[in-house]
Ligand binder design. Structure first.
Ligand code: GLA
Ligand code: ZN
Length: 689
């Protein structure tokens, strides 16, 4: 087994687990006892313990109550259930907030929060750091070497920001380190605009509600700083526990693209990436493709953070109470959503939560065991089935497989911050995330394995890269892309690229900055259209399938002047009618496509299909895909190809090659029938793609 594919050496298995809150049930030993029996029946092999248990572990400052936790860990271990031990820093006890108000967050109107909620703490506060370090140390000493403890779960969903005096001072210090001098900062931030020039570091404040909000470079640096400070807090927790138990890996639970943090920066601090996935299923009667795509996009991003298997740390067994409508997962959807995570590289399926809480705001959030308390429920049965299937997949070699795509989509968090903050060219919807997601969707629907990487990534292993809306360029991305294409790679770039540098300063001398030679063109104007207005893109010459003769264009249209690029399509309307809308440029051994206008998804899909065929990047299943059927591959011996039906009805997939059903051994050729929400896992003859 490849070391890299193991989540934790102490328990090298596929994890099937849940957040477990025994502190809510300490007065009910019968229930805790029953949990052990039910966990075995549900094929649960691990739990996350202690996520919000600080006040149960330390009811008064320095008075530790760890015995209850020891008994729980012991009992679980005896029952064959391993513990992922959480540090409780996601919520602090009332006594701490009362005694040390500095641990509480200050909002951007400079008001300090009172006690309450969770994630309501300052990541800079030396007192909060000290309290956390002390608690983490005690936990590590007491439980870190317990044979049942397999992994650290640091805090919970790190996130948010604090504007307290300590954070503001730390921001200034961080800026000093970043820029060295005030002059360099003033230049980078372009403070000559609107008389913003700073003459003393103490004049600088974060973007406060009552203060500066339109200095985009400041906004960007504040966001970078908040990530930096949070990563620093996370590192402090990791170092604390690993200084005592170096062999135990650390993870934390992320929340996908909803976060205010740049998750790419957590890469070095975590041994394992974990995330909490909560798609809102069944919004449409037709199918669940939109939610499934969003989940797939995030799974691919999470896996790509370390190019290793990740943890599906939380998912709901059925509904989540915070959704506008708490719709139950339809029979089969739980298996489908769980297998989807595994297909994309998760080596676990875990739940929030094991047992439904009796009170508090999450009492209606679903759980493996609900208020009824028994195993004879649909949700329990479906959870147990997932557990059984994961065991089977482990036997089939899941733990020695991982996704190794030859294609990538660039998503860059700093670029996202910059492009979304900019005023223009379309303040009513610049749609960066939607655009990146639509490129990911093209790969996903075509069955082409794809990574989601940022500008700091090493691009050398890919054959095809889609880089939509590369507005802010950093980390030498232009040079890396040139090297990639020069070496024979195929690049698909789009409008609104190469506009600003890392400091949000516009490139002078022609856009896309630093890439005019790569794409063989220069952008002269970018026109924005109102909602409902349209243009057309007409393919020139004889178009090559799958590209079609015409596509609709909306929202953003660049007026392009080609130097060496060949024109593949032109605009059909307006003063730029006849101007290039889609081009391709030979560069070194490779080719760089440039899409100058926002089109419908059909063009994105057809363009990616054409570019992939040219680049020799193949779909992972040789088949015709009916609507709603998705194939995802984990590379291994054998390759495991997950074929999922996101339709609420049965479909048949016409196969163009022979496969074997990995679980039943059945040979498949011709047709693959899939019932509603069914996932089948196939093996191929290991032909390398
Ligand atoms: C988050 C949290 C959990 C719980 C779930 C509910 O992911 O980490 O503690 O609140 O949401 O869906
Ligand atoms: Zn603070």
């Amino acid at each position: 087994m490849n070391e890299q594919q193991i989540l934790t050496p102490k328990f090298p298995h596929v994890l099937h687990g849940a957040d477990y809150y025994p502190e809510q049930w300490l007065k009910h030993p019968d229930i805790l006892q029953r949990d052990l029996e039910l966990m075995q029946k549900a094929h649960i092999n691990c739990v996350s313990l202690g996520v919000f248990a600080w006040s149960a572990l330390e009811p008064q400052e320095g008075i530790y109550h760890f015995d209850w936790m020891e008994k729980v860990i012991d009992d679980l271990y005896q029952a064959g259930v391993y513990t992922i031990l959480a540090t409780p820093s996601g919520a602090r006890p009332a006594w701490m907030a009362q005694k040390y108000p500095e641990v509480l967050r200050v909002s951007n109107d400079l008001r300090r929060n009172t006690f309450g909620g969770r994630h309501n703490h300052c990541y800079t506060s030396p007192i909060y750091r000290e309290q956390t370090r002390r608690m983490d140390t005690e936990l590590a000493r007491r439980f870190g070497r317990h044979p049942g403890v397999i992994l650290w779960h640091l805090s919970n969903e790190y996130g948010g920001e604090c504007f307290c005096p300590l954070c503001r001072e730390a921001f200034r210090k961080w800026l000093k380190q970043r820029y060295g001098s005030l002059e360099a900062l003033n230049d980078a931030w372009y403070t000559s605009f609107w008389s913003h020039t700073y003459t003393d570091w103490s004049q600088i404040d974060p973007p406060l509600r009552t203060g500066e909000g339109r200095l985009h470079a400041l906004n960007l640096d504040w966001k970078r700083f908040v990530t930096h400070q949070t990563v620093d807090f996370c590192r402090m927790e990791a170092e604390t526990v690993q200084s005592i138990v170096p062999e135990l890996p650390v993870t934390t639970n992320m929340i996908g693209f909803k976060s205010n943090l740049n998750y790419s920066k957590f890469h070095d601090e975590l041994n394992v990436i974990g995330w909490d996935s909560y798609p809102v299923w069944h919004k449409s009667d037709a199918d669940d493709l939109e939610e499934a795509q969003q989940a797939a996009f995030t799974h691919d991003f999470m896996r790509s953070l370390k190019h290793q298997p990740f943890l599906l740390m939380e998912s709901t067994p059925s509904t989540a109470n915070w959704m506008d409508v708490s719709k139950q997962k339809r029979p089969g959807m739980h298996m489908l959503a769980s297998m989807q995570a595994v297909a994309h590289g998760s080596n676990s399926v875990e739940y929030f939560q094991w047992r439904q809480s009796r009170g508090g705001c999450e009492k209606f959030h679903s759980a493996v065991v609900d208020h009824y308390g028994g195993e004879d429920t649909r949700v329990f049965r479906e959870v147990a089935e997932v557990g059984k299937r994961l065991k089977k997949l482990e036997e089939l070699g899941l733990c020695s497989s991982i996704n190794r795509p030859r294609a990538a989509v660039i998503f860059d968090w700093e670029n996202r911050w910059a492009v979304e903050d900019a005023q223009g060219p379309r303040r009513c919807g610049i749609k960066y995330m939607e655009t990146v997601a639509s490129f990911h969707k093209a790969f996903w629907e075509l069955g082409i394995p794809v990574d989601v990487v940022d500008m700091e990534a090493d691009l050398s292993g890919y054959r095809l890269i889609a880089a939509p809306m590369l507005y802010l360029c950093r980390a030498g991305i232009q040079e890396k892309l040139k090297q990639f294409v020069r070496g024979g790679g195929t690049l698909v770039g789009t409008y609104h690229s190469g506009v600003v540098d890392e400091s949000d300063l516009c490139y002078l001398g022609g856009t896309p900055g630093g890439m005019t030679d790569l794409f063989g063109l220069r952008i002269e104007e970018i026109d924005a259209l109102y909602d409902g207005q349209a243009n057309r893109m007409l393919l020139t010459g004889t178009h090559r399938p799958p590209l079609k003769a015409e596509y609709p264009v909306s929202e953003l249209c660049e007026v392009v002047r080609c130097t060496s690029a060949k024109v593949l399509a032109e605009y059909g309307e307006d003063f730029y009618r006849g101007c290039p809308a889609l081009t391709v440029n030979d560069y070194g051994q490779g080719r760089a496509y440039y899409l100058a206008a926002r089109t419908d998804y059909a063009l994105t899909r057809d363009l990616i299909a054409a570019a992939a065929a040219e680049a020799g990047v193949k779909p992972c299943l040789c088949a015709e895909f009916p609507h709603g059927v998705i194939a995802v591959k984990r590379d291994g011996t054998p390759n495991l190809i997950f074929v999922s039906n996101f339709n609420p009805c049965a479909v048949t997939v016409p196969l163009n090659a022979e496969y074997q059903d990995a679980e039943s051994g059945q040979l498949l050729s011709g047709k693959l029938p899939l019932s509603a929400y069914e996932v089948r896992i196939l093996t191929d003859s290991n032909s390398s793609n």
